[in-house]
Write a protein of this length. Sequence first.
Length: 52
Amino acid sequence: MHFTYGSIVEITAAFAIALLLSFLFIKTESLYPSIIAHGLFNILSLSIMWLL
């Protein structure tokens, strides 16, 4: 999962995304929006990595 991060920037980014997804769960009282947002974030991240 997220155990192989090598820098403080990667750890901080993962923590920030976790906070945002948690906030989304609390506001919607449903896990589905957080799952969808996580998937969209992963797609965006992979697309950017592919373009670089």
